[in-house]
Write a protein that binds this ligand. Structure first.
Ligand SMILES: [Zn+2]
Length: 304
């Protein structure tokens, strides 16, 4: 048991060190295990296939996905597999997730194709402190002068993300339940730790077609290969929290977490807005909570 705990701790540290660089680094060196296997809502997945689903190919991570309006004043401006969201207001715009630094020009192009100015971005938020979501923060700050807002618990990990040696910009530090307001838009930050210590889900409301909708920008709930007890406690709390968040439209840091490609195809076909899908709001939580319990079970068995 003692030996196992030691091994677990060492491997947990190894994994988090790798994750601090990026999910992609984990995908390459080493890939997550192909066990345990779970079946949720008819889909059979393991840690390796979940990461592959999220990241796609290196090319997918860098290629522009057609920028589009999701609902109200919320737009998609990310790549094929790494989400970036633009929220517009009469007083300037909010960007969620800069992704990799090399993707910032792709995001800028998408913002401009939608008819907005990149320099109108006044606030930059991030989903969680991994390079595939927040490596480009310094460059976005440099190009727009945006105020960069981070959840307190992610600050130590963010300080390690320094592309080209650039210090990670930190203009405002927020805590669970804090609000971020620009113009007529207010986002509420919810700490949903586990994947990182400061993983943050944001909620807001939008108006579209004369109706109000709750929008939830979920944070990753994907457990690492090993789940130490303190992280297990964070996940246990987070799975409860996400299920209490008001949600008609669920979004996520990877399009795969909310079937973006499928919904976008429906959007192009016309008809009711496919992104309004309350029934699937906690699909990702269902998948990752099942995986979390399967990993804990596997750890327990290995420790016997
Ligand atoms: Zn991540």
């Amino acid at each position: 048991m003692k030996t196992f705990r030691h091994t677990l701790l060492v491997s947990a540290l190894g994994v988090s060190a790798l994750i601090a660089v990026s999910d992609q680094a984990v995908a390459q060196n080493p890939p997550p295990p192909d066990h345990p296997t779970i079946t949720v809502h008819g889909q059979t997945l393991n840690p390796r296939t979940i990461l592959a689903r999220n990241m796609g190919t290196p090319q997918d991570q860098e290629s522009q996905f057609p920028p589009h309006k999701i609902i109200g004043n919320i737009y998609y401006v990310g790549t094929k597999t790494l989400s970036s969201f633009l929220i517009t207001t009469p007083q300037g715009n909010i960007l969620i997730d800069s992704t990799y630094e090399r993707n910032v020009p792709v995001i800028q192009k998408s913002v401009e194709q939608l008819g907005f100015k990149f320099t109108d971005i006044k606030i930059l938020l991030g989903n969680h402190a991994h390079g595939d979501h927040m490596e480009g923060d310094a460059l976005v700050k440099q190009l727009t002068g945006a105020q960069v807002v981070h959840m307190a618990e992610d600050i130590p990990a963010l300080k390690e993300i320094k592309p080209g040696g650039k210090e990670h910009p930190i203009d405002r530090i927020i805590h669970d339940g804090d609000k971020v307001t620009l113009g007529n838009v207010t986002l509420t930050a919810h700490l949903t730790a586990g994947h990182t210590r400061g993983c943050t889900a944001y909620t807001t409301t939008v108006q579209d077609g004369g109706r109000n909708y709750n929008v939830m920008f979920g944070c990753s709930l994907r457990p690492g290969a090993a789940v130490p007890p303190n992280v297990a406690e964070e996940f246990t709390r987070s799975f409860k929290v996400v299920r209490t968040l008001p949600c008609d439209v669920q979004l996520g840091d990877h399009g795969a977490q909310y079937n973006m490609q499928e919904k976008y195809a429906k959007l192009k076909a016309g008809g009711p807005n496919p992104f309004v899908d309350p029934a699937s709001c906690f699909y990702e939580a269902d998948v990752e909570e099942a995986m979390f319990h399967a990993i804990l079970e596997e750890q327990k068995t290995a420790g016997r």
